[in-house]
Design a protein around this ligand. Structure first.
Ligand code: AMP
Ligand code: MG
Length: 472
């Protein structure tokens, strides 16, 4: 059979100031690493037995119905505004409407140079491609809104980074690739007509109930507040929350130097480029407000009297920390079995986190250990934990279904950084069995599957990964 993707492209009908029409650059010897059958089915794609998949998902062949283009956007990178970014190594093939009725982008990443490549080579190496594949699919299985991975292909070419490395292309699927930075680029240029067109497009695609910019801002803020609370509840650190990596749809996007925390510390940073901890674990709750303020600044220009709207927009942004606190409390309360948290429960959770921080307790294993009785083992001096546990048990004595609630909120498995690094090292040597095993394990992260007991362990001292590098 031949691959059939039921394209229904809308971005390509927007004005040509929104993108550059450009085709992927062919690669030397594409070979398929993985294809995500389940996702393909959900997208209405068939013909997965096509012998040409490697060519199609590397950009060597363009599937029928695609309208390849590179999207324009700008963004604040580590607080600094960059007036033009855009898809420098990615190409949108087009969109499909899935079996759930939702429109999704299909994008090749690592597909060669575009007019937005600046100094870059437009390529990706195997490491970040497999990291994004595994972590984004794990996030999906964990229940977190995220872009997905449809395919990964080796290019058969060498990409030069700190050293020569094997090249690869990822096929990414997203509810859209609209970013805060997509709004910023037109706002900064004062192109109000384009900004209005973008706004109308984003409303129709993501927030049909939001009839004006204020309601739209509110809707994006809500999704982002929930998203960041979810990240924090599973110990996820995005690592590079620039406004160009902040999705309008509220999905996690751009798995660069991301990582999951092993032992709990609120200031944990892994990203090698985040020297001042701007995007540390706990800073994520503040930075998302900053990012939403940038979106608000852009949206203000759509108001009939931006000056007059400044105050209500500012008030909205100021309401976001509370929104995040509420989501955070809901998520963390569930982790200790509580359905309807009270303000005092925030103190109970904070006390546990402080004990964990002092003890270097493993974040994932401590929370899951609350139901399987192993949490106490995380504390070398368990007296403090025993004290806390007494209070906690008194609190949840009357909670119905506490254990089920906890097991649904506390994963057994997270994609631990040392596992990801070991998987990448194996695949660089040409052995993808590690990758396929991780994919299998992380597909059911809340199940205590005895086959994957080894993946529950935090790294040994010599396995600890100190820094993760971004995808470039
Ligand atoms: P990121 O750090 O992945 O969010 O990328 C930031 C910007 O750099 C985006 O405009 C990317 O398209 C661009 N970029 C990243 N890597 C490359 C590359 N290898 N070649 C060209 N552009 C790149
Ligand atoms: Mg990016």
């Amino acid at each position: 059979m031949t691959l059939h993707i039921p394209f229904d492209n809308s971005y390509a009908t927007l004005p040509d100031t929104f993108y550059a029409r450009v085709k992927p650059e062919p690669v030397k010897a594409p070979s398929l690493i993985a294809i995500n059958d389940g996702l393909a089915r959900d997208l209405g794609i068939d013909g997965l037995d096509d012998p040409n998949l490697a060519a199609l998902f590397s950009g060597n062949a363009i599937p029928d119905g695609a309208s390849p283009l590179a999207q324009l956007y700008a963004g604040h990178q580590f607080g600094q505004y960059n007036p033009q970014l855009g898809d420098g190594r990615a190409i949108l093939l087009g969109e499909t409407i899935g079996t759930d009725g939702l429109r999704r982008d299909i994008q090749l990443k690592g597909s060669g140079r575009t007019p937005f490549s600046r100094m870059g080579d437009g390529r990706a190496w195997l490491g970040p491609v497999l990291r994004e594949y595994v972590v984004s699919e794990a996030m999906h299985a964990l229940g977190v809104p995220t872009t997905r991975a449809l395919a990964a292909v080796r290019t058969g070419e060498v990409v030069v980074r700190e050293r020569p490395l094997p090249g690869a292309v990822l096929t990414r699927v997203a509810q859209s690739h609209l970013r805060v930075g997509t709004f910023q680029v037109f706002a900064a240029r004062g192109d109000i007509k384009a900004l209005q067109t973008l706004f109308d497009y984003a409303v129709a695609r993501h927030y049909p109930d939001a009839t004006d910019p204020a309601a739209f801002l509110d809707a994006v803020m809500r999704r982002q507040a929930d998203l960041v609370a979810q990240w924090m509840s599973i110990g996820f650190i995005h690592g590079v929350m620039n406004t160009d990596n902040c999705s309008i749809s509220g999905e996690t996007i751009d798995y660069g130097p991301c990582a999951f925390m092993d032992s709990y510390h609120p200031e944990t940073v892994y990203s090698s480029i985040d020297r001042y901890g701007r995007y540390s674990y706990s800073a994520q709750a503040d930075i998302i407000v900053w990012n939403m303020a940038q979106l608000a600044t852009a949206l203000l220009q759509l108001m009939p009297d931006p000056e007059a709207s400044l105050e209500p927009f500012t008030a909205k942004i100021h309401s976001m920390p509370d929104m995040i606190r509420t989501e955070w409390l809901k998520r963390f309360a569930a982790k200790i079995g509580i359905a309807e948290p009270t303000p005092e429960d925030a103190t109970l959770i904070a006390e546990l986190l402080t004990l964990m921080q002092t003890a270097d307790a493993d974040f994932t294993n401590t929370f899951r250990g609350l139901t399987d009785g192993t949490a106490r083992d995380q504390f070398s001096d368990p007296a403090g934990f025993d004290d806390w546990s007494g209070k906690w048990q008194a609190r949840i004595a009357g909670e119905d279904g506490a254990e089920e609630r906890m097991n649904a909120a506390n994963p057994v498995l997270i994609p631990r950084n040392h596992q990801i690094e070991a998987m990448i090292a194996a695949s660089v040597e040409g052995d993808d069995t590690y990758f396929h095993r991780l994919m299998l394990a992380y597909a059911a992260p809340y199940d205590a599957n005895p086959d994957f007991v080894d993946l529950r362990s935090p790294p040994t001292p010599d396995e600890v990964v100190q820094a993760t590098f971004c995808g470039t």
